[in-house]
Design a protein around this ligand. Structure first.
Ligand code: ADP
Ligand code: PAZ
Length: 329
């Protein structure tokens, strides 16, 4: 029997093996990458360089072999959902219009959600059925620092209670109701806070990608035992980016070290106080933030949602996707 419980994981949310029936079909890297042979590569090195300009270290091979087939699979799902809506309209004699196809991208801090989301956005834009693809991150729905301090949860940023869930659910409901313009607050990683007065507006795109730590969290159970809505109730598709927790910790520390010589140099940056630290001190600081906040959040809240995803991308230590799990139904 092959047991694919992931090392570094708290509890194996997804188990695949002969004696463990699984709702997922598992494709290894080679099988998945072969799907790309039938597809034209819409990206060139210049596009990849442009994504690199956003601070990524993505390889063209990874784009071609992993993200291209994924964008095609998503394109198939978008087209099928349009056909289903049209058939349902015919049956009911209704004329409901198209609403954005919503894709959730979940996973730990520093696992590569933003990178995955941005690559998918660029790729999906190149398919004829989805020219307008917009991207939103759930950090805009974090409570402002003043509110987190008032609640005594400033050290819980990223945990479910640090978000204005109601505002996020209202945003999702408006998007899926076809409201022409829906806006969200904006979070700055430089000031480490919500930017007062700034909003990001979503203009009824063909596809909306919603990226965030907790986007697959189950609904909250009310005092009377009934469950409310969850963000993922508004998703048409979802992707969980997965890797061993000790590798993700290492990526977090590396990103922190990179920011220290970049964004933290800005005197207005929340983390500016770390700009002058020695390498060893900065390393220890990043590790302590991980061990106090992001690591526990991964184990307690994020990883348990993995089996709720439609598709799981599992990465090796070099960020290469080695396995794809796709829900059968
Ligand atoms: N596919 C990839 N190939 C190479 N490096 C990657 C890839 N995805 C993410 N990274 C790197 O890993 C770190 C975390 O990625 P990021 O997308 O910012 O994570 P998240 O949005 O989940 O916090 C960054 O330093 C990023 O450059
Ligand atoms: C802003 C985040 C909570 C991520 O939010 P998301 O967009 O996933 O909702 C996270 O990146 C973060 O800043 N965590 C706090 C601990 C830290 O400084 O790493």
């Amino acid at each position: 029997m092959m047991d694919t419980a992931l090392p570094g994981a708290a509890a194996p949310a997804v188990r695949v093996g002969e004696s463990h029936p699984s709702p997922f079909v598992e494709l290894d890297r080679a099988t998945w990458a072969r799907l790309a042979d039938q597809l034209d590569q819409p990206f060139d090195q210049a596009d990849v360089e442009r994504l690199r300009g956003l601070g990524e270290t993505l390889s063209l091979r990874e784009v071609a072999e992993v993200y291209l087939p994924l964008s095609r699979l998503l394109g198939i799902h978008v087209e099928a959902s349009g056909a289903l809506r049209r058939a349902t309209n015919d049956f009911l004699g209704e004329r409901t219009g198209r609403t954005p196809y919503v894709i959730g991208v979940a996973g730990s801090v520093a696992v590569g959600k933003s990178t995955t989301a941005r690559v998918l956005q660029e790729m999906l834009r190149r398919w004829p059925s989805t020219p307008r693809v917009e991207l939103i991150t759930t950090d805009g729905f974090l409570h402002p620092n003043a509110e987190l301090r008032a609640r005594g949860i400033m050290d819980r940023k990223g945990f479910p209670e640090s978000y204005d869930r109601r505002a996020l659910l209202r945003f999702m409901a408006d998007v899926k109701s076809g409201v022409p313009e829906v806006s969200a607050p904006v979070y700055s990683h430089v000031t480490y806070d919500i930017v007062a007065g700034e909003r990001q507006t979503v203009h009824r795109p063909d596809v909306l990608i919603v990226e965030g730590l907790n986007v697959l969290a189950p609904p909250r159970v009310r005092a009377d035992g009934t469950a409310g809505l969850s963000v993922s109730d508004f998703f048409d598709f979802s992707v969980y980016v997965d890797a061993r927790a000790d590798w993700i910790r290492q990526w977090y520390v590396e990103r922190f070290m990179g920011l220290r010589s970049g964004a933290f140099q800005d005197p207005g940056a929340y983390f500016h106080r770390y700009a002058g630290l020695s390498d060893a001190e900065a390393h220890a600081t990043a590790e302590s933030i991980w061990d106090a906040i992001n690591g526990p959040n991964l184990v307690q809240n994020v990883q348990p949602t993995r089996s709720r995803a439609r598709l799981v991308l599992t990465k090796n230590q070099q960020h290469e996707v080695t396995r794809v799990l796709l829900r059968k139904v």
